[in-house]
Ligand binder design. Structure first.
Ligand code: SF4
Length: 345
């Protein structure tokens, strides 16, 4: 059986070429083909001899994720379905804000998700498997091309907020961020990357211990344990106390940006009392709150918060000195908005 060449890190690749009697710069050339050019075959590695390309092809494969279909929203958002080598599908979304010269990729890290948050379309699919770092970076390569073609601008930001829980795909997510931020490669600043978690306290502490340099978002969605237990089963083992403690630790150790994602559900988590409780959770460390408009998911009973309630809710937070952004949803017409990714097509 062929081995996946993208599982090798730089050193392992150099060792491989040494064992093949090749100079070490060959390993660097192949590294660039894999992690800068994003090729799908050894045949495309044109600065290698034909014999070397065949030798690599005999022992290795490239687990390239291919764009299977693309949907364009009327608001400019583009959703792509990626077909993986085993036939599974994941989705990635390009969210353009041309006026701010901001072109964000929302990337998936698992096929399905094991956490089953009750408001989320992905959570209704079973977790099938984790993506490899290569499959995650392929979403970057392809969506970056789309961004250049459609908007004449490369991607500026990445959010790990698509399908799956990044902290349960820890090793491959970290590896993908290493590749994307590699100074000899894509070289994106880690400050432009945000990893979003449903909240796994012990893994948040691990991020801090690993001294990561990217931003962290907590999908909070409720400001007390009773309500959070109702919509996010993960809260039963990771209650708000443990999450606050882990985030405080993360802040102290890294100083990186932390944000809360908060989907506003009508008469569930958008009352004045909810706002006061949320404001209280913003006193432990500097944090920004992103309030997100809910996008209906077929078969689920949640309703989006109305404008008046949302304004009152956000107003209380502002009065308490909390930094708040209200994010109108993008790509609703193509099921590309937050919580809607579910491989419908
Ligand atoms: S919200 Fe995130 S963690 Fe929860 S089910 Fe959906 S993809 Fe999984």
């Amino acid at each position: 059986m062929k081995k996946n060449i993208r599982n090798l890190d730089k050193e392992e690749l150099r060792d491989l070429f040494k064992s093949m009697g090749q100079p070490s710069y060959r390993a660097d050339q192949v590294w660039r083909w894999l992690w800068v050019e994003g090729v799908s075959t050894f045949e495309e590695m044109t600065n290698l001899s034909k014999a070397l390309r065949s030798e690599l092809d005999e022992g290795f494969e490239i687990d390239k994720a291919i764009v299977a279909s693309v949907q364009n929203s009327s608001d400019g958002t583009v959703k792509s379905a990626f077909k993986l080598v085993d036939g599974a599908t994941v989705e990635a979304v390009l969210i353009p804000v041309p006026d701010d010269r901001r072109f964000t990729l929302c990337v998936s890290c698992q096929v399905g998700c094991s956490l089953s948050c009750s408001f989320c379309a992905t959570g209704r699919m079973k977790r099938v498997r984790n993506l490899t770092a290569g499959e995650i970076v392929d979403q970057f390569f392809e969506v970056n091309k789309q961004s250049l073609e459609i908007f004449g601008h490369p991607l500026t930001n990445i959010v790990y907020m698509g399908m799956g829980e990044p902290l349960l795909t820890y090793r491959e997510v970290m590896k993908s961020i290493d590749r994307i931020t590699d100074q000899d490669g894509i070289n994106m600043s880690p400050r432009r990357i945000t990893v979003s978690t449903a909240g796994i306290a012990k893994m948040i502490k691990k991020l801090a211990d690993d001294e990561v340099r990217f931003n962290l978002a907590l999908s909070l969605h409720a400001a007390n344990d009773k309500k959070r237990d109702e919509i996010m089963a993960i809260n039963e083992q990771n209650d708000l106390n443990s999450l606050m403690e882990a985030l405080t630790y993360f802040h102290r150790k890294t100083g990186n940006r932390i944000s809360y994602e908060y989907i506003a559900f009508h008469e569930f988590n958008d009352s004045e009392e909810d706002a006061e409780q949320l404001a209280q959770l913003c006193t432990n460390f500097p944090v920004r709150v992103n309030i997100i408009e809910y996008n209906p998911v077929e078969g689920l009973d949640f309703i989006k918060s109305d404008e008046d309630r949302l304004d009152r809710f956000a107003g209380i937070l502002v009065d308490r000195g909390v930094r708040v952004t209200v994010r109108r949803s993008r790509g609703k017409d193509i099921d590309a908005a937050c919580g809607q990714l579910a491989n419908k097509n």
